[in-house]
Structure formats: C-alpha cells, structure tokens
Design a protein around this ligand. Sequence first.
Ligand SMILES: NC(=O)c1ccc[n+]([C@@H]2O[C@H](COP(=O)([O-])OP(=O)(O)OC[C@H]3O[C@@H](n4cnc5c(N)ncnc54)[C@H](OP(=O)(O)O)[C@@H]3O)[C@@H](O)[C@H]2O)c1
Length: 286
Amino acid sequence: MSIDIPQVTLNNGVQMPILGFGVYQIPAEQTEQAVADALAAGYRLLDTAAAYGNEEAVGRAILKSGIPREELFVTTKLWVQDTGEENTQRAFDASLERLGLDYLDLYLIHQPFGDVYGSWRAMERLNREGRVRAIGVSNFHPDRLVDLIEHHDVTPAVNQIETHPFFQRTADQEIMRERGVQIESWGPFAEGRNNLFSDPVLTEIGAGYGKSVAQVVLRWLVQRGVVVIPKSVRAERMAQNIDVFDFALTDEQMARIAGMDTGASLFFDHRDPAMVSRISSVRIHD
Ligand SMILES: NC(=O)c1ccc[n+]([C@@H]2O[C@H](COP(=O)([O-])OP(=O)(O)OC[C@H]3O[C@@H](n4cnc5c(N)ncnc54)[C@H](OP(=O)(O)O)[C@@H]3O)[C@@H](O)[C@H]2O)c1
C-alpha cells in the first residue's frame, strides 16, 4: 500500500505527516494489532501518550513492522502527574523505554496543568540533545500558549487540540499560525458525537465524490492545514481514513462546513475549574 501522505514543515524545519493514526482508548491488548494494521495501510505518524497505557504495544508493532525508524513519526505525551523539570526527564526516559525507541519525533505536554514551565525547560534540553526532534503542547488555549512562548526560548512546534466540524478553532488556528505553532486536531470525528457520521451536510458533500462522511471531515481538516490523527480499530476504516488525497472540497463546500461550528467543546473545557481538578487528580503510576 503506498499512499503518499503530504507533510507539513514545523517551526524548526522538521517534517511531519499531515495525517496519522491515534491510539487513544484502544485497549493495550488490541493496540499492537491496530498499529500493525495502520502501518500496513500506509500510516507513518503514530500518536500515543503515557496516559493511554499502550506505549509498549505501539513499540512492539513498530519493531515487528520492520519499517526503518526514520520513515516513522512517533508522538507521545507527558502526563500531568509527571510535570516539573526532573519528573519530565524521568517520564521521557520511561516512555522511550516502553516504546523501545532511542529518540522521539514529537513530545507533547498533554494538559496545560501542573508545572508546565519546569517541563518545558526539560523538554527544551531534550530537544537540544537530539533525543526528541520536536516539542509541543496539547489542550493549550491561546492565552496559555502565548504565555509559554513569551517566557521561553523554544516555541512549541505543535498544539494538539480538540478540532472537528462542531468545534472548528479557526481563531485559535490563526493565533497559532501567527506564532509559528502547527495546529493538530484531536477527535477529528468528535468521536462520533452529535451524529457526525450521519450528518446531512457532510453526507451530501461526500456523495458527490463517492466519499464517506469520515473522508469529507478529514479532507476538510487537511485542506485547512490541520494535522489529523483519526483513530479506528478496523482495517477497512483505517484504509478509508487515509484515502483523502485524491479529491478537494470547493470553497463553497468549505464554507458550508464552516457553518457547522458551534464554537464550543463537545467534551470539556480546559478552563473549567472542576475539570482542572479532575484531570489533575488522574494518576497513571505510583
Ligand atoms: N491530546 C488529547 O488530549 C487527546 C484527546 C483525545 C484524543 N487524542 C488523540 O486524537 C486521536 C483521535 O481522536 P479520538 O480517538 O478521540 O476520536 P476520533 O478519531 O474523532 O473518533 C474515533 C471514533 O470514530 C470511529 N471511526 C473511525 N473511523 C471511522 C470511519 N471511517 N467511519 C465511521 N466511524 C469511524 C472509531 O470507531 P472504530 O475504532 O470502531 O472504527 C471511534 O469510535 C486519539 O486516538 C488520540 O491519539 C488526544
């Protein structure tokens, strides 16, 4: 299988595929097979996190695939519990060991909570040492992102945030563009919420190209310059989700989808104090 996946160039010159494979909520015992199937379908960007509990399975699939390391782009994330300068160094080493890798392509601060300043200093060092090719953040609203940028040497290469037809983040994307931060979508299908997969507008647009709703959504995101990492455990959907580079939406179709934005999260707001407490209390190890 060879689908040519376009790349984006990050602010430090590193190239990143615009479409990859996410493994959130794939149980560890299913992850090796899912990643093996995704690699066979042509995905080369893999997105995991220490908090997903499946880094080891991702690592096994990478090893068994025999794909040269430099052809892959592997992302993992630092959990809140491990923020702070020394903790981050330790958590990074532990993630690399679980993945069975000797360097990472992208390391993200998973949530904008805890000692993210200490973490960022450790990540800047790891980046300088060549142990991670690019560093970034996730779930940062523009105010937190700009604050981090203003007070450090290295600007995050990526901010991975909830982005889908019901929560489009165009204003946030513009601020990131001005600052040189690549937007990456999590939950491109909103995990199917709001009946996304049977949405009439997306269905009608897809019918004109012989494409599914999922393909229209991914095409709309990549056409906006958003990196996408759809998740599926089914090989036929993996093949479908990567097959979005042989058609283009018109300006009118892009505008119709823009009309679906509600401007609000379908999951939770990272500025809600109750959520800050809840997420901060999640522990992933002793
Ligand atoms: N940084 C963060 O805080 C954060 C948060 C959430 C997610 N993420 C990352 O973003 C990735 C993607 O987000 P997500 O997994 O939350 O949700 P998603 O990709 O929006 O949706 C996944 C759901 O859509 C279904 N699906 C996939 N392809 C489909 C298709 N072609 N047709 C119909 N249904 C389809 C999947 O079911 P099947 O598996 O049964 O096919 C699954 O239920 C994650 O895996 C993770 O890597 C990051």
